[in-house]
Write a protein that binds this ligand. Structure first.
Ligand code: NDP
Ligand code: A1CAB
Length: 270
């Protein structure tokens, strides 16, 4: 499968890096990017072909992956309409609905909406997928193969669920990094040096996530096992509860989902 990425930014780089690690050859990947500086950066990092013009970029491609900002997508989709020759179109833009993308491309039906996340770069992404009814089983398999090459995939049968996926796992790495930042800061305030604080925080995150993944118990039970009565964890968790941190996290994720819906409303018509 030859894949053309439209937009060569952060997320395309993460996906391309993961695909190459998985065994895709640079010859199978092309990037259409308007910024000359970005084109150079991508060519240098991945040895893939980069072009400025859309028509040149999509010719001979089996899959077109739209990775521009949501605000830029309608222009790109409209320009793409005349270039389509049965390719599968996958959009990773937050919020923008597959039905709108299809309409911008004069009713083209082979559209999959996907929401990956940046751990794609190390093939540890999780991606939510939604296909328009006009997408065949074979095309769904192809979408799954591409996004599956950089991590795991999960199909959603209703498009609105992609807003929830975006809020939980699309944006999710940023929440995790935010929490790690706070742990590192506290560690340093308590006298650890920067590298010790980083190592302890990251190892704790990785260990706890892997334990939760492998354990048959839910995370509340796992948390209770760390929390000795009258001990240190109890003091910390109580402080988090008093400050309403769990509530704030839930609220934040609802906000991200709301923003995803707003992007769909702002730039779409359905
Ligand atoms: N970052 C993330 O973690 C995730 C992002 N996404 C989605 O992926 C998409 C891309 O995000 P991200 O990579 O972070 O964004 P970036 O801004 O890093 O990348 C988009 C790139 O596309 C370029 N571009 C704009 N218009 C065109 C055009 N007509 N043809 C070719 N290239 C063009 C932009 O140039 P310029 O900057 O000059 O406009 C920019 O270099 C977004 O829609 C986002 O919602 C999805 C999942 C996770
Ligand atoms: O912040 C954003 O809008 C994009 C979508 C998910 C992650 N980054």
């Amino acid at each position: 499968m030859n894949i053309t990425f439209i937009g060569g930014g952060n997320m395309s780089s993460a996906l391309i890096g993961g695909l190459l690690q998985q065994g895709y050859s640079p010859g199978q990947i092309r990037v259409v990017e308007i910024s000359a500086e970005r084109r150079e950066k991508i060519k240098h990092a991945f040895k893939v072909e980069t072009v400025a013009e859309l028509a040149k970029g999509v010719s001979g491609s089996d899959v077109i992956l739209l990775a521009v900002k949501p605000q830029q997508l309608s222009g790109v989709a409209r320009e793409l309409a005349s270039q389509l020759r049965n390719q599968l179109v996958i959009s990773i833009a937050a919020g923008i609905r597959a039905t709108d993308i299809s309409r911008w491309m004069s009713g083209y039906a082979r559209v999959v909406r996907a929401m990956p996340n940046t751990p794609a770069l190390i093939r540890a992404a999780v991606t939510g997928l939604y296909a328009l009814p006009g997408v065949s089983m074979e095309e769904k398999h192809n979408a799954e193969a591409i996004l599956g090459a950089v991590g795991s995939v999960l199909w959603c049968d209703r498009e609105e669920l992609l807003d929830a996926v975006t809020a939980v796992s699309g944006s999710g790495p940023a929440y995790v990094f935010y929490f790690i930042e706070a742990m590192q800061k506290a560690g340093q305030e308590l006298g650890l040096d920067a590298s010790q604080a980083r190592r302890l925080s990251l190892a704790t995150f990785l260990g706890a996530a892997e334990l939760a993944n492998q354990s048959g118990d839910d995370v509340a039970t796992l948390r209770a096992r760390v929390t000795s009565q009258g001990g240190t964890t109890e003091r910390a968790i109580q402080t988090l509860e008093n400050a309403g941190v769990k509530h704030a996290i839930v609220h934040a994720i609802h906000g991200a989902s709301q923003r995803s819906r707003e992007l769909g409303d702002e730039f779409g018509e359905t």
